[in-house]
Design a protein around this ligand. Structure first.
Ligand SMILES: Cc1cc2nc3c(=O)[nH]c(=O)nc-3n(C[C@H](O)[C@H](O)[C@H](O)COP(=O)(O)OP(=O)(O)OC[C@H]3O[C@@H](n4cnc5c(N)ncnc54)[C@H](O)[C@@H]3O)c2cc1C
Length: 412
């Protein structure tokens, strides 16, 4: 479809869209096309979901959510917000959420999308089963425990459209989000884990300038050992005012200071509002948590050079996992994120500065964001990348699901 763009509008797709409404339509579209990419809700910021061929969306297929013990199964195109509402109505929960509930489950887990929390794996770690449409239009299911499973979850769309997906659930829990303003950089750098571990899920927002970071969001699980009332931390009390992350954005953030269900407190943005700013580009790198203080010092030195085009940085943590292409593969990680203005040229010039500054820390990129890295630098950072490529080749010998982006970041 000419003119179809990513959510923020900074990338225009080349492929033609098939918006399937049934799994059979997906099978027919895949079988009939020579080059196919699954596309989700288009919240990525690069050409990861594009190809000069057919773009297959499963977002319009009914969610058809079912529960079997502690696994919920839904259509791959289901938005997290819809799934979370369904679960909460039944007293159930996911272990974590990304900052926005608008993204599709399959699109999110295919890139290793994450929330925050020292003990929380990415959203991909909740996956228990995946049903793919293979290159001949065949349906195949991969379940946790199979040899290929760790290479199948974060697969960047290389295994074909995921039409059904099973996720681990747990009993619902309450979360309170407290926001602290003016936490000192000196305290963060002296002990990053004390700040980033101050609650179940913690986010630090900064522009890298000045003596204090802008905001620290602490999301406490009230079935854990969190205090019933907001407490003073880092020498400050939580603010009583509802904050925004990006000043220019509409009123879009989740409610502070009042406990509520996980589904409406773990995401930063409300499903009924435009998340973040909307006119933006995003970049993110993952470094080993042990390197957090040094990596932060290094990027902070770039603050004056990047500030003109930076809307905000967010710092979060992700627990290590065993998914071959997950940015948190084998290491507890600090994710250093940048929300930029939508000036493609200016941002394109700044991203390599960050990339080069973080390279000595073995920084891995967020697959769905602008990162200026290619296979030469990326492959050595992923011990199982060759196993992943072998799996993709075995399942898709003709390369129907390849695209320029996956060739660039993974190699041929
Ligand atoms: C405002 C905003 C906030 C964000 N916040 C976060 C955050 O908190 N944490 C984080 O980690 N990221 C975040 N992101 C990035 C986003 O979560 C990822 O880029 C995610 O992959 C987008 O999902 P999507 O459904 O839009 O997929 P798309 O961008 O459409 O596609 C992404 C990848 O998934 C594949 N894919 C899509 N659908 C399927 C399918 N059915 N089967 C197989 N493969 C499929 C595509 O081929 C492509 O490789 C944010 C993005 C935005 C715009």
């Amino acid at each position: 479809m000419a003119g179809m763009r990513t959510w923020s509008g900074t990338y225009e797709f080349r492929g033609s869209l098939v918006a399937a409404t049934t799994i059979d339509e997906v099978r027919r579209a895949v079988a009939a096309s020579e080059a196919v990419r699954p596309v989700g809700t288009r919240h990525s910021f690069n050409d990861i979901a594009d190809v000069d061929g057919t773009l297959v969306s499963v977002v319009d297929i009914p969610a058809d959510i079912t529960l079997d013990g502690d696994v919920v199964t839904c259509g791959g195109g289901t938005r997290y917000g819809e799934l979370a509402t369904w679960l909460e109505e039944r007293g159930l929960a996911l272990h974590n959420m990304g900052s926005l509930p608008h993204i599709s489950v399959a699109g999110a887990i295919s890139t290793g999308t994450h929330g925050s929390g020292l003990g929380n794996g990415s959203l991909s770690t909740a996956v228990r089963s995946l049903s793919f449409v293979g290159p001949a239009g065949d349906l195949r299911t991969e379940s946790a425990g199979s040899a290929d499973f760790p290479g199948s979850v974060v697969s960047l769309g290389r295994l074909g459209p995921i039409v059904r997906i099973g996720l681990a659930v747990e009993p619902s829990y309450q979360v309170r989000q407290d926001v602290y303003l003016g936490v000192r950089w000196a305290d963060l750098l002296a002990d990053p884990l004390a700040v980033l571990g101050a609650g179940y899920s913690v986010s630090v927002f900064t522009d890298w300038m000045g003596e204090a970071v802008q905001q620290v969001w602490v999301k406490s699980r009230l079935d854990g050992d969190a205090a019933d009332d907001p407490v003073e931390r880092f020498g400050v009390r939580p603010t009583e005012h509802q904050v925004k992350i990006v000043e220019t954005a509409e009123d879009n953030t989740t409610l502070q200071g009042i406990a509520g269900p996980w589904a409406w407190r773990l995401p930063h943005f409300r499903l009924d509002a435009t998340p973040s700013d909307g006119r933006e580009i995003q970049t993110e790198y993952f470094v080993p948590i042990e390197a957090a203080a040094e990596a932060l010092r290094t990027v902070r030195r770039l603050g004056p050079r990047i500030r003109e085009h930076l809307l905000v940085t967010e710092l979060r943590t992700i627990a290590a996992d065993d998914l071959w292409l997950s940015p948190a593969y084998g290491r507890d990680s600090l994710a250093i994120h940048f929300t930029w203005t939508d000036d493609v040229t200016a941002v394109g010039a700044l991203v390599p500065l960050i990339r080069d500054a973080l390279a000595p820390f073995g920084a891995r990129p967020h697959w769905g964001k602008v990162h200026a890295m290619s296979a030469e630098a990326i492959a050595p950072l992923y011990p199982r990348v060759h196993d992943a490529l072998n799996l993709f080749h075995r399942m898709d010998p003709g390369g129907k699901f390849r695209n320029p982006y996956t060739d660039l970041v993974l190699g041929g």
